[in-house]
Design a binder for this molecule. Structure first.
Ligand SMILES: O=P(O)(O)O[C@H]1O[C@H](CO)[C@@H](O)[C@H]1O
Ligand SMILES: Nc1nc2[nH]cnc2c(=O)[nH]1
Length: 268
């Protein structure tokens, strides 16, 4: 049976096999002495998170075998190895998204590379739209849970044959975002005097690339979403699958309109 293009058939193997991941991991390990324990995925416009890294060594995504290449503005497209304080880290300055045309397998490929390199903790960041009425632009929302909307429709990074070397067939997602890391992040934010713009909430992933209609935004809000974006959920899902501790951080870059009336913006 010819199955090209059908991601749910048995014959379809993942486009990023364990062997592909191993090849990329070995390529990186043979070119850097860094052995990061923490990985940070920088969301749109958040590449500056890697600015303070010391002992930097960088690799362009296009030079790394099998690595997906960012195509959207605000995503530089390089891996930055180094240290933050005394912690060995790797930063992804830029990610790729489903709407760019990448499979979710490819979108989450870097997460598995980090796991194979010895990373234990991943911090996934994003720019998102605020649905919660209390949120203001500039707020930082620690993600306590997510809604995987594309996943409900079969766009899921773990669809297809499960390779037990990464993780189990039916991973639990009820604790995908580490409670301990969220507690620590809140405590550090409070020490830094950031409490008045720190929030906690539920992030909803949509595929994009368009922003929400007002009716869609209302629906997401009613479903329990506090913010919405087009990333993060696949990476965290794959991180949980392969046993990484995850922290999710959403920067609220805009308020999503839930109302037809103000400034006459809503069409219907
Ligand atoms: O989620 P990150 O990569 O931060 O990007 C967010 O910003 C872009 C929209 O401006 C979308 O890609 C959305 O997901
Ligand atoms: N879907 C979606 N993604 C975003 N990324 C940043 N802001 C938004 C938004 O309002 N909606």
């Amino acid at each position: 049976m010819h199955t090209e293009g059908n991601m749910h058939t048995k014959e379809n193997s993942c486009c990023c096999s364990f062997e592909d991941c191993k090849l990329t991991t070995d390529w990186l390990l043979s070119r850097t002495r860094h052995r990061p324990k923490i990985a940070v995925v920088c969301g749109s416009g958040l590449g500056l998170l890697a600015d303070d890294v010391t002992n930097k060594q960088t690799f362009s995504y296009e030079d790394i075998p099998n690595f997906p290449v960012s195509t959207v503005p605000g995503h530089e497209g390089r891996l930055v190895f180094g240290h933050v304080n005394d912690k060995a880290c790797v930063f992804m300055q830029g990610r790729v998204h489903l709407y760019e045309g990448y499979s979710l397998c490819k979108v989450t490929f870097p997460v598995r590379i980090f796991k194979l390199m010895g990373v234990e903790t991943i911090i996934v960041t994003n720019a998102s739209g605020g649905l919660c009425e209390d949120f203001k632009v500039g707020d930082i929302m620690l993600i306590k849970d997510h809604i995987n909307l594309p996943g409900f429709a079969g766009q899921h990074p773990l669809c297809g044959p499960n390779d037990e070397r990464f993780g189990i067939r039916f991973p639990c997602m009820s604790d995908a975002y580490s409670k301990d890391l969220r507690k620590l992040a809140m405590s550090v934010s409070s020490d830094l005097g950031y409490s008045n713009f720190m929030r906690e909430g539920v992030y909803c992933m949509v595929s994009g690339p368009n922003f929400e209609t007002i009716a869609e935004a209302r629906m997401l809000h009613v479903l329990g979403s506090d913010s919405v974006g087009m990333s993060t959920v696949p990476e965290v899902t794959v991180a949980k699958h392969c046993g990484l501790r995850a922290l999710g951080i959403s920067l609220i870059t805009n308020k999503v309109s839930l109302d037809y009336s103000p400034r006459g913006e809503g069409q219907p």
